[in-house]
Design a protein around this ligand. Sequence first.
Ligand SMILES: [Cu+2]
Length: 154
Amino acid sequence: MLTRLAAAVCLCLSLPAFAHDVQAGSLTVSHPWSRSTAPTVAVGGAYLSVVNHGKEADTLLGASSPRAGMVELHQNLNQNGVMKMRELKDGLAIAPGQTVTLQPGGAHLMLMNLAKPLKNGEHFPLTLTFKRAGKVTVEVTVDDTAGAGDAHAH
Ligand SMILES: [Cu+2]
């Protein structure tokens, strides 16, 4: 665990641009971010945008991170005024030319079984799995100022 975290820190220092846009085939993944979590809460959300520049549809199937025991792809739904989450077991489709944004109150990656809370300013790697583009690792920035004012269900 320590070596993986150290490697992530090195990657972040040597490749600052890594925190922004990352190409995966005809997809561009941009602005991966998260929010700090309270010490008593073992889950957090991760958010990002994916642009499909290609001619074929792709699907975000899921993700993993050394920072979380498990990552699930979720969708928030407002059912009669009550916010509920469900797992997107078939993934999230990204049509050609489409931009899909994961954000608080909508689709998000749920970081589960956090060994320790996410801290503001922290960076951690998140590996996304796409049906066509395969796996791509992005650096998530924990930024409590990002997306301020959005309804946050976690
Ligand atoms: Cu969730």
